[in-house]
Design a protein around this ligand. Structure first.
Ligand SMILES: NC(=O)N[C@@H](CC(=O)O)C(=O)O
Ligand SMILES: [Zn+2]
Ligand SMILES: [Zn+2]
Length: 349
């Protein structure tokens, strides 16, 4: 699409974020309005410290989110449970009956931020997974093996062979979301798989490849997990997201960390994009000449997978340049958003 063919504005059904970290307490109060301005709902990740492992904890967390929501913002948090080796089938039944727990999340132990309490061996969870399959509870998967002998950049592809294929063979009717996919291997696997599987894709994995982490020096705000990959993988993700295929939908994986935790000798993984998520996705779709596919990806495919109605109302993004703030308040620290201080091309009205 040449520049003059790109429209000056685009209006779509109000989108949802199907993968979001809101944290808790004062920092949650800081970041929540950014998401609530852009999205009608969000799947809220349970990797708090300690993690959200029970329906009772999810109910309390949901109340804290709603209490922190500024007046006038209409936003529904969709809660999740953090799967551990000790999660019981009864907890899954309670979750399904709750009406507000929409999924259960797999963090392979040691894979990412706050995953220490995660699953050490999925074989220990088969009773729980069978129950999830029976009651139709979606299983959200951080799809990376944690084996230190496997190259960091290969951990998602190896996960498909070692974990995803056997799991789906054993439990073919389990609803699975392959979260924040980053490789052509995962995009291809999901596109071709039989049965109920989908994938979320972040804005940063659509816009950047791994060079971004090392441009002119090490740039910690581009470090997330799964880590950015080669250009060929980015291109495959753009193809999947803009294909209109209902298996692919929006999940920002916006993951705020205090400035000092990112800019450190051993910095945390996670990119903060909630402030300008729809602007970034719109840029990625515009560059691909696929703005007509943005609504399916951002607003329709996700609700269909989760058995929910799309949101009422619309949002509009204008082609208008604006400069992101250098930092944002984050409890008693600061939060550096992705693209801090940079000028971007779209602005939500
Ligand atoms: N994506 C990240 O790099 N970090 C996430 C955890 C996760 O989604 O894996 C976080 O909670 O900080
Ligand atoms: Zn993850
Ligand atoms: Zn995440």
């Amino acid at each position: 699409m040449s520049d003059f063919e790109i429209p000056h504005s685009i209006t779509i059904t109000r989108p949802d974020d199907w993968h979001l970290h809101l944290r808790d307490g004062a920092t949650m109060a800081n970041v929540l309005p950014d998401t609530a301005r852009q999205f009608g709902r969000a799947i809220v990740m349970p990797n708090l410290k300690p993690p959200v492992t029970t329906v009772a904890q999810a109910a309390a967390y949901r109340e804290r989110i709603l209490a922190a929501l500024p007046q006038g913002l209409d936003f529904e948090p969709l809660m999740t449970l953090y799967l551990t080796d000790n999660t019981s089938p009864d907890e899954i039944i309670r979750a399904a009956d709750s009406g507000f727990v929409h999924a259960v999340k797999l963090y392979p132990a040691g894979a990412t931020t706050n995953s220490d309490a995660g699953v050490t061996d999925l074989a220990k969870c088969y009773k729980v997974l069978e129950t999830m399959q029976e009651v139709g509870m979606p299983f959200l998967v951080h799809g990376e093996v944690t084996d230190q002998d496997i190259d960091l950049f290969d951990r998602e592809a190896v996960f498909i062979e070692r974990v995803m294929r056997p799991l789906r063979k054993d439990l073919p009717a389990l609803n699975i979301v392959f979260e924040h996919i980053t490789t052509k291997d995962a995009a291809q696997y999901v596109a071709e798989a039989e049965g109920p599987i989908a994938a979320t894709i972040t804005a940063h994995h659509l816009l950047y490849n791994r060079n971004e982490i090392f441009k002119g020096g090490i740039r910690p705000h581009y470090y997330c997990l799964p880590v950015l990959k080669r250009e060929e993988h980015r291109l495959a993700l753009v193809t999947a997201a803009t294909s209109g295929d209902e298996r692919f939908f929006l999940g920002t994986d916006s993951a705020p960390h205090a400035q000092g935790a990112k800019e450190a000798a051993c910095g945390c993984a996670g990119c903060y994009t909630a402030l300008h998520a729809m602007e970034l996705y719109t840029e990625a779709f515009a560059r691909a000449g696929a703005l007509d596919k943005l609504e399916a990806f951002a607003s329709l495919n996700g609700p269909a997978f989760y058995g929910l109605e799309p949101n009422k109302g619309t949002i509009t993004l204008k082609r208008e340049q604006w400069t992101l703030p250098a930092d944002l308040p984050f409890g008693d620290s600061k939060l550096i958003p992705l693209n801090a201080g940079e000028t971007i091309n779209w602005k939500m009205v």
